[in-house]
Design a protein around this ligand. Structure first.
Ligand SMILES: N[C@@H](CCC[C@H](N)C(=O)O)C(=O)O
Length: 264
């Protein structure tokens, strides 16, 4: 399946079996028979569905927004109804159907330095004291940090289209400033819309990253660049993100697409 172009192999192991790092690498390898950004495993935990998440490089991830919509779509197909919940590594997720889109409540963002996490204390994580020499090399501003259950650094630039993400993405992803590595995004805001491109931890450049879109909206709002709601336009599609004032949760609505289904 894919969500806004972010593609997944979703394996249903609710009746048994287990994923390994090696199997995830095999399924994620674009030179192999499958190839995808993430490998999602549907499991049964405490008598309810649970999604676990593996990046194409075989590492585990704490959250995946676009895959959460795809998993919700599968479960809606099985259970019917218009709202449901399932487990994920970063907590229970609630999903609802909104016409042709799926909306998922991605929970509360975390913006304290040790929750992102960063290697050193920082009072204002909307403007991180991140490697000035590296930033100067690529003409980048201070990034804003946030966790959506996984770590994100958002660089607000004049033009996300022309940002050299393929050059600075890999360097920043594994920079010691981010001890758990980081998902790296270039964002620009125009007329209230966020244009976003992401270099995903454990993957590389993606067509879209749902949690990066959530982090971008949270960081844009913290910096006074948008309100609490905005469309986020990735290479592969458009997501609607809202940071609810009452609950503090981030809601993400977007498309899902099934490509191929069967026993392989
Ligand atoms: N594609 C995802 C994020 C997947 C995990 C990420 N690469 C990480 O390691 O944190 C999304 O849609 O959020």
């Amino acid at each position: 399946m894919d969500g806004a172009g972010n593609d997944f192999v979703i394996t249903d192991l609710r009746e048994g079996g287990r994923m390994t790092a090696e199997a995830a690498q095999y399924l994620g390898d674009r030179d192999g028979p499958f190839g995808c950004d993430q490998i999602i495993v549907l499991e049964e935990r405490r008598e309810r569905p649970f999604m676990s998440i593996w990046n194409a490089d075989g590492t585990a991830a704490g959250a995946c927004g676009n895959a959460a919509r795809c998993v919700a779509k599968i479960l809606f197909g099985e259970e019917g109804g218009e709202a449901l919940a399932f487990g994920s590594p970063s907590g229970d997720l609630r999903a609802s159907l909104q016409d042709s889109l799926v909306e998922v409540d991605m929970g509360s963002p975390r913006v304290d330095w040790d929750e992102i996490p960063l290697a050193e204390p920082c009072d204002d994580t909307s403007s991180l004291p991140f490697d000035p020499a590296l930033r100067a090399r690529f003409g980048l501003p201070s990034p804003a940090g946030a966790s959506m259950g996984n770590p994100h650094a958002t660089f607000f630039v004049d033009d996300a289209e022309s940002a050299l993400l393929e050059s600075f993405g890999p360097e920043i992803e594994s920079h010691p400033f981010f001890p758990d590595r980081v998902n790296v995004s270039a964002a620009s805001v125009k007329d209230g819309v966020i244009r976003l491109r992401t270099y995903e931890r454990g993957v590389g450049i993606t067509a879209a990253c749902g949690t990066a879109a959530c982090a971008a909206l949270v960081n844009a709002h913290r910096l006074g660049l948008t309100g609490r709601e905005a469309d986020v336009v990735a290479d592969g599609g458009r997501l609607r993100i809202r940071w609810d004032e009452e609950t503090g949760h981030v809601l993400m609505a977007g498309p899902t697409c099934l490509h191929r289904e069967g026993r392989f």
